[in-house]
Design a binder for this molecule. Structure first.
Ligand code: GLC
Ligand code: MG
Length: 249
């Protein structure tokens, strides 16, 4: 067995089936100890909400933590976001202009303060309003001169982030830092903000069996040999996919 880089979303992917989570965590921890496998969590949560989940589910310490949909990367348990990554995100980003532009849209309901970041502005947006609001909002933000990206997940969460930021680009940043080839990198997810993980390049992908329609639709429109759609849900689906790719027994 050889090391690989394991990247996973948390809510409804790594976390969601407590029994399978224990089994997967044990296997990953052992693989890390024996072969130097790296464990990365890539979540939409802020550091604050991540820590809540970490405690309640007793999560393994990751080698790197990607929070706020890729806008902050914490290496080796550090409490300070990686500055190389933050510098990369500053270009074309202006939080004040994002806030003043979004204020024109009554459909956008701000998420709690804990979920607003230096490079992430987040709202709740009803699915029924999304088809109308998203294109209008995107064009207004671009007209205001911003290089941003809208990420809509789970039929409710809207994140506005710099164009150079998402979970997939954060994964590639880490992969290059640690020298893992795409064939030995695997990403797992269930919803819209995970599409970037699967679209980044040739990395192996595991879509869990309980994936949201927005991810499944995208997967059917963009099928790839190196992406596996699991039958089982959450961590059980991840175990299934790791076997499928021959990364773990
Ligand atoms: C998490 C975050 C939220 C974000 C969502 C989707 O729930 O707390 O801010 O909008 O993920 O990325
Ligand atoms: Mg999720």
């Amino acid at each position: 067995m050889q090391p690989f880089m394991f990247v996973t979303d948390l809510d409804n992917t790594f976390v969601g089936d407590d029994q399978a989570l224990v089994e997967l965590s044990q296997k990953l921890s052992q693989h890390r100890q024996e072969y130097g496998t790296k464990i990365v969590y890539a979540t939409g949560r802020s550091l604050f909400l991540y820590q809540e989940l970490k405690e309640s589910k007793n999560l393994l310490d990751p080698d790197a933590l990607v929070v706020a949909v890729g806008t902050e990367i914490y290496l080796n348990g550090s409490q300070v976001p990686d500055s190389h990554w933050s510098e990369k995100l500053s270009a074309g980003w202006n939080k004040e202009v994002v806030l003043s532009t979004t204020a024109d849209f009554p459909e956008l309901v701000p998420q709690p303060d804990s979920e607003q970041g230096a490079f992430k502005v987040s709202f709740f947006l009803k699915e029924a309003d999304s088809a109308k609001v998203l294109p209008q909002l995107e064009s207004k933000l671009k007209t205001a001169g911003l290089d941003i990206k809208l990420i809509y997940s789970s039929g409710i969460d809207l994140d506005i982030v710099p164009i150079s930021s998402d979970k997939g680009q954060a994964m590639q940043f880490l992969r290059q830092k640690w020298n893992f080839v795409a064939e030995r990198t695997v990403a797992c997810g269930d919803s819209g903000n995970d599409i970037a993980l699967f679209a980044a390049g040739e990395e192996r992908g595991i879509i869990v069996g309980n994936a949201r329609p927005e991810l499944l639709e995208w997967h059917h429109d963009n099928p790839r040999e190196h992406r596996y759609l699991a039958k089982d849900v959450c961590a059980g689906g991840i175990l299934e996919g790791l076997k499928y790719f021959g990364l773990m027994e």
